[in-house]
Design a protein around this ligand. Structure first.
Ligand code: MG
Ligand code: ZN
Length: 373
């Protein structure tokens, strides 16, 4: 909708006297779209497909109209790690495994969060790992090695991230250098909550951080609640209620789909996948109402060589047979794999995410969508 059409629809809603309709139809914000980038760490095609068979409803992701394939290799390895994988999205460069926000020659590259914050965008980073872990860190930090999580924690404080939620308390409050970063949050204008995901009296000039576990959040199969979808909804509420005219960029990570793959634990993996799909639903519901929000779901790589295979059963007098109506989990590896991963897109500019392309193209496609190209 262009600006004139926007004014026209606003006037029509004013004079139609249909206040209910006016309430439902939020006027579409002119200008570049908000972006919600959801990363399922380790989410290959079988991980994604598992939500078709193990959820109690149709997955939210079937609502995406545009689908592509991302080629995931890093500059150093055929099989990427999560650091190089996320840096491809956040900085637009192929780099070596282990790099956080740095190019292959270890020069720091500005992240999309830094670039957009400089143009007064609001930004958010949410993960079910520690917030200093490779995927979220790649959006706000620059270190040559992903394991430098104490350094990454300090960089979060001085970053542009307005809303952060995840685990990783020990990197801030129980550090090897014995410094406690608690006072540094206040100095940085960040209200930090280490107890619970509770909404605040949001203020536009304040940043918010929720650090709710020592390391990663509790896995869903061991009792994690609705943290990921709720944190996603909370960040949207913060953006909307403090500065509804400023666009926002938010990265939401289902971090532990990957960990279920590493552990070759199908229950772990599938429950994280279903949880991630709930966060996808929150993002899509918002984008459908808002009308000017681009939602992208993708993965950094596959993990576990995971497949949904038929179950072998013993049939009397016939020996072993494959039951094609009974699924079993199969794992080919305890690590990542080289397979391409899905990219799903909805909203302004989404059609550009169709096709087969390198993972770092996702960064450039997001920028093209922002510029309306
Ligand atoms: Mg990750
Ligand atoms: Zn992994």
């Amino acid at each position: 909708m262009n600006f004139n059409a926007l004014i026209l629809s606003f006037l029509i809603s004013l004079f139609s006297g249909n206040s209910e309709e006016a309430k439902v139809e939020k006027p579409k914000k002119a200008g570049p779209p908000n972006i919600i980038l959801l990363i399922g760490d380790g989410m290959g095609h079988s991980q994604l497909s598992s939500a078709l068979y193990y959820g109690d409803q149709e997955p939210n992701y079937v609502r995406f109209p545009f689908v592509g394939l991302s080629r995931t290799s890093s500059s150093s390895h055929k099989i990427t790690d999560s650091a190089a994988g996320a840096t491809a999205f956040s900085c637009g460069v192929k780099t070596y495994n282990g790099s956080i926000g740095m190019a292959a020659d270890t020069t720091a590259v500005e992240t999309i969060v830094e670039q957009l914050a400089a143009e007064n965008w609001r930004t958010g980073v949410i993960s079910t790992s520690s917030i200093t872990h490779a995927t979220p860190a790649s959006f706000y930090a620059h270190v040559p090695l992903r394991k430098q999580e104490f350094e990454i924690a300090e960089q979060l404080l001085s970053s542009d991230v307005d809303f952060a939620a995840g685990g990783g308390k020990r990197f801030f409050f129980d550090r090897l250098d014995e410094r406690n970063l608690y006072p540094a949050f206040a100095e940085a204008g960040i209200e930090v909550d280490t107890a619970a995901l509770v909404a605040k009296n949001w203020q536009a000039d304040k940043r918010y951080a929720y650090l709710l576990a020592k390391d990663g959040m509790t896995p869903v199969y061991q009792g994690r609640d609705e943290f990921l979808p709720e944190a996603t909804a909370m960040a949207l509420d913060y953006f909307d209620s403090t500065d509804p005219d400023a666009p926002f960029f938010m990265m939401v990570e289902g971090s532990q789909i990957d960990w279920g793959g590493h552990a070759n634990n199908g229950e772990y993996l599938v429950k994280e996948m279903l949880d991630f799909d709930k966060a996808i639903g929150v993002a899509l519901d918002y984008a459908e109402k808002d009308g000017n929000t681009l939602v992208i779901v993708t993965a950094d790589h596959e993990c576990g060589g995971f497949a949904l295979v038929s179950t072998e059963v013993e049939v009397p007098f016939q020996g072993k047979q494959r039951d094609y109506d009974s699924l079993s989990f199969s794992f080919g590896s305890g690590g990542h794999s080289a397979a391409m991963v899905p990219v799903l897109a909805f909203g302004p500019g989404a059609e550009a995410f169709s096709g087969i392309y390198q993972n770092n193209s996702i960064y450039h496609k997001m920028w093209a969508a922002l510029k309306g190209e």
